[in-house]
Design a protein around this ligand. Sequence first.
Ligand code: SF4
Length: 308
Amino acid sequence: MFDFVKANELFNKPLLELLYRAQTVHRQNFDITKMQLCTLLSIQTGGCPEDCAYCAQSKRNKNRPPMERITDLDEIIKSAREAKEMGASRFCLGASGRKPGAELLDLVCKAIIEIKKLGLKACCCMGTLNEDEVVRLKSSGLDYYNHNIDTSPEYYKNIITTRTIEERMKTLALCQRHGIKICTGGILGIGESNKDRINMLLKLKSLDKDPELITINKLVKIPGTPLEDAPEIEAFDLVRFLALARIMFPQSYLKLSAGRETMSDELQALCFFAGVNSIFVGKKLLTVNNSRYTDDLALLKKLGFSKD
Ligand code: SF4
């Protein structure tokens, strides 16, 4: 059982002690030479009615792009095929917006069936879901639903006011109840404290079952958003946080998602040592640039990783 006192004590251990513990847990549960590669395709971009302070697509972004959609199933399948050729084992479809409309849900369900035929795991991210939508996604073969809680319950209102953290937890719980694996986490460097970071992990720990994947983003500052000048997260705080996440969620994949392209190879290697075993590859992560694919492959090769 983890509570704030225990998690905080771990977080503040001497760094090498914390890393040793995280690495021990990692080795007990995973092959530490494997890295999971995922690819994301944004099928609905921009024009979001939500007000997430960090997001380029949010209504709080002064330069918000208008909504654009991919409506062609063949285009999605082509991207999934390319992702597979790049070595990805998972393909995620992302859509901006509060919740999926009927048209988007239809398209995603058809795409899931085709993605699975390629031998890829299918993931999607479309905001809040009701039970009928969860059931439809499950019957189409969806493996993972991505829905982040973003930050701690206490800090949440500073970042989003248009939907509550409990609404997000409800969608996650619904997915779990219907046997869809969940991929959830948050974003660091949005002005939150280490206490908030720990409390976010404790909130995720309160789900009936640990998420199969914890996804952690480092803020990519977007000009025009309220967080364009947010203070940088201290590198060792990031590493400590990831090590704590690895210890608290021993059997979950731990993904270092947006923000990797702003990190040195050495910092990324330290994050992998702390327990990260999943990354996004490809040119773009929704609206922000991702680390370049060739750089990623070169780094993984240098560090002796193979694809999971
Ligand atoms: S994070 Fe998602 S829900 Fe929030 S503004 Fe961006 S696209 Fe909309």
